[in-house]
Design a binder for this molecule. Structure first.
Ligand SMILES: Nc1ncnc2c1ncn2[C@@H]1O[C@H](COP(=O)(O)OP(=O)(O)O)[C@@H](O)[C@H]1O
Ligand SMILES: [Mg+2]
Length: 241
């Protein structure tokens, strides 16, 4: 569970990148965070994950305040950032072991998890190669594998499907569903509306740092006239700003 209360962030003290944001992401749901480029999605995710600090407000992950107990709160989640270009000089397996070390995953458990993740993402034969040699999609997959190695209850994914090939995208979406169905939490951002339409239990739409809508897709459809596609609704919402 993620609870965001009255969170505000400004990069320049002039305008707010995120303004008075309130969101609760419940256990057992896939929650889509939608918005156009520059809306404030990544800023919000960076605050949830403690990469940057909010100016105001409070964030709790599984009830743990991210500012008061940063290490405990970080143990609760997996984070997949929007750019997978990191630790390029490590081999895939070295990177995953590095992540497993940080999160103190016991050696016996980790081997099994690595095998399962590698198999699902079709990465077994690439684990011995340097990440530098990976395609964008493979880099994305190794970052996801590293993020999931400690099997956290909360998944936080920033544009996770961008750059994945159709098969990997399918696999990740299946894993997101399984995770939510097992009573755990999936929070991801996207500007690809079709993805949200098929995958999410609930969505929030953010534009210019403010939440324009939060609810189920059904509610959203009711809210923005019947029979119009999510894309139309989305355009309507952002145009009215
Ligand atoms: N490091 C930064 N310094 C200054 N402004 C930033 C920084 N990161 C993001 N912004 C600004 O904050 C706003 C929200 O950006 P961001 O959260 O990255 O949006 P999104 O992820 O929805 O595309 C944009 O106006 C962007 O230009
Ligand atoms: Mg972003």
């Amino acid at each position: 569970m993620i609870e965001i209360s009255n969170v505000t962030k400004s990069y320049n003290n002039i305008s707010n990148a995120v303004e008075n944001l309130n969101l609760t992401i419940n256990d057992g749901e896939i929650f889509g965070f939608l918005g156009p480029n520059g809306a404030g999605k990544t800023t919000t995710i960076k605050m949830i994950t403690g990469i940057i600090a909010q100016d105001k407000g409070e964030i709790k992950i599984n009830g743990i305040n991210t500012k008061e107990r940063p290490i405990e709160s970080k143990k609760q989640f997996a984070f997949v950032p929007d750019s997978p270009d990191m630790f390029l000089r490590l081999k895939g397996l070295e990177y995953i072991n590095f992540m497993a070390d940080i999160y103190e995953v016991p050696k016996a458990i980790r081997k099994d998890r690595i095998e399962k993740l590698a198999e699902r993402f079709d990465m077994a034969s690439a684990l011995g190669d340097k990440i530098q040699t990976y395609s964008h999609g493979m880099r994305q997959k190794i970052v996801i594998m590293g993020a999931l190695i400690h099997d956290p209850s909360v998944w936080i994914l920033d544009e996770p499907l961008t750059g994945l090939d159709p098969k990997s995208s399918f696999v990740l979406k299946e894993m997101m569903k399984e995770h939510a169905n097992s009573g755990k939490t999936v929070f991801f951002s996207t500007h690809v509306l079709e993805v949200a339409e098929k995958l999410c239990d609930r969505v929030a739409i953010i534009n210019k740092g403010k939440i324009l809508f939060c609810g189920t897709l059904e509610e959203m459809k009711d809210h923005f006239k019947e029979n119009s596609s999510l894309e139309n609704m989305f355009l309507e919402m952002t145009e009215n700003e």
